[in-house]
Design a protein around this ligand. Sequence first.
Ligand code: CMP
Length: 140
Amino acid sequence: MEKTLAILKPDCVRKNLIGDVIKMISDAGFVIRGMRMVRLTPDTAGGFYEVHRDRPFFNDLVMFMSSGTCVPIVLEKENAVADFRTLIGATDPREAAENTVRKRYADSKGENIIHGSDSAENALTEIAYFFAGRDLINPV
Ligand code: CMP
């Protein structure tokens, strides 16, 4: 089984879409192993997106991610990382496939509802950013 980290972003929470998006995630066969509501600061948002620090959109990204509540969720499934990226769709909702989370709900590349880890290795680093091991639910 593989894990990935999802983050429901502040636009998802503001639009009251937490339930709808979690339903799409569950229906796609992912099991929720951990979930929190958090308010990031510009510093903690910047730490999470450290790899993007030199990109032109970094400042906007950090301001947006610290503008409201986020919901990080640990998900488990076979092939979780790739399957989750398929489920959420392209970064830019205009390029996202039909029936993906971003196609359905996102407004723009910057405000795109949801994050998904881009590799199994990064997923473990990202999970550790939000969850201590003891917070995760182990398989029964
Ligand atoms: P996410 O999957 O969370 O990873 C990095 C985020 O940067 C990405 O989703 C987008 O929301 C955000 N972003 C904002 N502008 C851009 C851009 N021009 N190119 C790529 N990502 C961007």
